[in-house]
Write a protein that binds this ligand. Structure first.
Ligand code: SF4
Length: 371
């Protein structure tokens, strides 16, 4: 569906600043969200299956070899370990699980581990499966689909006009090629980016309209969580009301996308997280993020619950077409979940935990300057 507002209208909304104006915008976005998706939600969770030592130069990322920050690292996980973290995500009430690796391309050996991990998650949990493994070819996209992966995440990160400020080593065109290969393989796409990388309001609007052209099934938006020693490490956090406003603007430009907030939401939104949900979100990333800690599952579920949204585990996950399975192509049945009760705290299950699982490696030499 095309955007519900024009570029010029989005720029006007970008100017509003009073709480009354933002609340009115939130109500408008809430109507759009509930008209299209009813009370359904699409909650995800991730595992950082391989971290650190990345050759690319993304300015927000502590895993880049160009960052002065110490490198958070761990080797490629085995499929069984991926499954353990998936079970924790399921216990928290996530509907889907994303297997993420650093960098822009996996070795053959590591790719096979992702394929095996995806098969295990498909066989032993009731979670939908996503991967985020950098650039992939058409052949690999097909392999992933055959292994039971349903959606592939690959961000554009920012507006095309701002992109050279964010990375010089990862090409925008390459990102679009990967997204096209994923679509060609019949997989759903998850494409978004990060706000607060120094882009102007106009560039934020540009990014939302560019995403509308790409038309991904899912749009994840991250809010910069500045990491000392990275290119954007000194930027201040966003004002929480600004975040809410931009969530609502994105919802009006992307009315049909499954829209979620991921990294940085806790730090940037604090008490306003529930209002951001009302501004049009379909879900949030539960559990922990790639290199930082997240929120408690009970609190995340409550934010949606209090708005009358249904976060319950769905017995037909991965089977019937529903608003959260927009393309309707997912067929077959998945096992029912082995867990009766959802857990409330991350301490109750084997979550991916960056505070204990990442080995922080000091950089002995000064890293090369960002290109
Ligand atoms: S975002 Fe991904 S590709 Fe970019 S530096 Fe970080 S790990 Fe590497």
């Amino acid at each position: 569906m095309p955007p519900l507002i024009t570029f010029a209208e989005a720029l006007e909304l970008a100017e509003i600043s009073t709480r009354e104006e933002i609340m009115a915008l939130v109500e408008r976005a809430w109507t759009v969200r509930t008209e299209r998706f009813g009370d359904s939600t699409d909650m995800c969770s991730l595992v950082n299956a391989k971290a650190g030592g990345c050759a690319e130069d993304c300015g927000f990322c502590a895993q880049s070899r160009y960052a002065e920050a110490d490198t958070p690292m761990h080797a490629m996980m085995d499929p069984e370990q991926i499954l353990e973290h998936a079970k924790a995500a399921e216990a928290a009430g996530a509907h889907r699980f994303c297997m993420v690796t650093q960098g822009q391309g996996l070795s053959k050996r590591d790719f096979e581990k992702i394929v095996e991990g995806a098969k295990l998650v498909a066989e032993r949990t009731n979670l939908k499966r996503c991967v985020s493994i950098g650039h992939i070819s058409g052949d690999r996209a097909t392999r992933l689909a055959e292994a039971g992966v349903q959606r592939v995440h690959h961000n554009v990160e920012t507006a095309r006009s701002h992109y050279p400020e964010v990375t010089a080593t990862v090409r925008y065109e390459g990102r679009i090629r990967t997204i096209d290969a994923v679509k060609d393989a019949g997989l759903e796409t998850c494409v978004g980016g990060i706000l607060n990388l120094g882009e102007t309001p106009r560039q934020r609007v540009e990014m939302a309209f560019e995403l509308s052209e790409i038309d991904p099934t899912s749009v994840p938006i991250n809010l910069l969580n500045p990491r000392q020693g990275t290119k954007f490490g000194d930027r201040p956090l966003m004002d929480p009301w600004e975040v809410v406003k931009w969530v609502a603007i994105f919802r009006l430009i992307l009315p049909d996308a499954l829209f979620r907030l991921c990294g940085g939401r806790v730090e940037n939104l604090d008490e306003l997280q529930p209002l951001a949900v009302k501004a049009g979100l379909n879900g949030v990333m539960m559990g922990n993020f790639l290199t930082t800690l997240g929120a408690e599952p009970a609190d995340d579920r409550a934010m949606f619950d209090e708005l009358g949204l249904n976060v319950a585990r769905q017995p037909d996950n991965g089977a019937d077409p529903r608003p959260d399975n927009r393309s309707g192509w997912l067929e077959g049945s998945t096992p029912s979940t082995p867990m009766e009760e959802l857990i409330d705290s991350r301490t109750e299950a084997e979550f991916w935990d960056p505070s204990t699982q990442l080995r922080v490696v000091k950089k002995n030499r000064k890293p090369p300057p960002y290109p």
